[in-house]
Design a protein around this ligand. Structure first.
Ligand code: EPZ
Length: 428
């Protein structure tokens, strides 16, 4: 709901254990994937975050049923009876575009509103459209709705202009029931793409090469429902890495830390003066030197430095001794959080797609506003670092991708009070 704010009291070192939950960006394509075969599915280790509930509302609108039992999500797509996604649901989440591929290939048609852009950029879906056309779907645009029709999709060789994560996922799902072979070149290599391929294979799909830049899919006539465990969320894990390093006195242990998905960010973390002690069974202890060194970060598709972690790293770079440079190469507008960090006392200068961070700077509490999910998470961390109290407005954006973050941080000795608009405050 609109209008949540967090009152974050900063300056206190944190200690204890925090667990990395399931990856939201693996669950979202997995939900679209349940349309490829009617029946009962179970997704284990699902985070209860707003983005997941948005996609579940769409699934219910289409006729699907679901229920949670703890973090296990049971879904039944036996009664799917519609192929149109209403604007008021699609406009809440860009990942709604992921239903385009699975609806078109399994039901022969789909009506999916063009997802709007968002704070971080225009975020067009032309690669999704182009790829589906190459698979012989007929796509028209009518009053902002993409209308796709196809008796049977036909395999094709598709070359993506850019290794788009959701375009790769959409086309993998669409081609899994197409006639013949599809080759997706310049495919995204993210762990969430590999997870989707695992789910499709478990459903009987014939897919190979996921995780590389070329993926081969041989369409099947029918797939079957599946039970599968969601992989850990590497962006949440990267967020906790920085949380653990906010103060040299912090003593944070992170459970379910997916080391193998975070090679580049870990290298940068160590270069900055952070340190990781592996404790075995997926547990790590986060440490950090007293003095932090500045970094140069260039965001890139996986396995490069993830764009979703640049706002999070920027928070700690405000404490590094020297000038850091972040180049954002994926989205055209992903530095809005920097203006908010400057309100806390940071010194960040933005030049188009480059942020120049001078440190160290003392941060003190102030009212700030989340502009997108990862900006919100960054500002929450900055509030924990800053002295006095930081009020984070539009905090509901943080809840799109992090389950109960204030509660989990308070268990580490943090002090975050969550307020709804209903508590009568005037949001700025
Ligand atoms: C996915 O978004 C993630 N979302 C994003 O995470 C993440 O930031 C992004 O990948 C990059 O890693 C999900 O997986 C649900 P892209 P996606 O298509 O797939 C351009 C979060 O915080 N592009 O890889 O939408 C696009 O404009 C979110 O969880 C086109 O031009 O990103 C961008 O510049 C934020 N045409 C670049 O490609 C298209 O058809 C990368 O976008 C598609 C993309």
């Amino acid at each position: 709901m609109e209008g949540r704010r967090y009152l974050i009291r900063g300056g206190t070192p944190l200690r204890g254990e925090i667990e990395v939950l399931g990856a939201k960006n693996a669950v979202l394509p997995a939900l679209a994937c349940t349309l490829l075969a009617k029946g009962e599915y179970c997704l284990k280790n699902v985070p209860k975050v707003r983005d997941v509930f948005c996609m579940l509302r769409i699934l219910s609108h289409l006729g699907g049923e679901y229920q949670f039992e703890g973090s296990n999500l049971f879904i039944d797509t036996s009664s799917i009876c519609r192929v149109d996604i209403p604007y008021e649901l699609a406009s809440q989440i860009r990942a709604s575009i992921l239903f385009l591929g699975s609806l078109t290939t399994a039901y022969g048609e789909a009506v999916v509103p063009l997802p709007g852009g968002c704070a971080i950029g225009k975020r067009p879906v032309n690669f999704h459209e182009k790829g589906l056309r190459e698979l012989s779907a007929e796509i028209t645009l009518d009053h902002g709705n993409l209308i796709a029709k196809a008796k049977k999709l036909k395999g094709a060789e598709i070359v993506l202009d850019f290794p788009s994560v959701t375009a790769t996922e959409n086309l993998m799902m669409a081609s899994s029931l197409a006639e013949g072979e599809t080759i997706i070149k310049n495919a995204a290599r993210e762990p969430e793409v590999v997870f989707l391929a695992e789910m499709l294979k478990a459903m009987g799909a014939d897919i190979r090469g996921a995780g590389e830049d070329t993926i081969y899919i041989r369409g099947k006539k029918k797939l079957k429902p599946v039970k599968i465990e969601i992989i850990p969320d590497r962006i949440e894990a990267g967020t906790f890495l920085i949380l653990g390093a906010l103060f040299p006195e912090n003593e944070i242990v992170i459970k379910n830390f997916p080391l193998e998905y975070l090679e580049t960010p870990i290298k940068k973390f160590i270069e900055m003066g952070g340190n990781i002690k592996t404790l075995g069974k997926g547990k790590i202890k986060v440490q950090r030197a007293k003095r932090l060194s500045p970094l140069e970060i260039n965001t890139a598709p996986y396995p490069g430095f993830p764009t979703d972690l640049q706002p999070i790293f920027a928070v700690l770079l405000t404490q590094a001794e020297g000038v850091s440079v972040i180049r954002e190469n994926l989205f055209e507008n992903r530095f809005l959080y920097a203006l908010e960090l400057n309100r806390l006392g940071a010194k960040i200068h933005i030049e188009d797609r480059i942020a120049i961070i001078s440190g160290p700077t003392k941060l003190t509490g102030s009212p700030v506003k989340a502009t997108d999910l990862r900006a919100g998470a960054a500002l929450l961390l900055a509030g924990l670092l800053a002295e006095n109290t930081t009020t984070l407005y539009s905090a509901e954006l943080v809840e799109r991708g992090y389950e109960n973050l204030p509660e989990r941080i308070n268990k580490l000795g943090g002090s975050i009070i969550v307020e709804d608009k209903s508590s009568g405050y005037e949001s700025n």
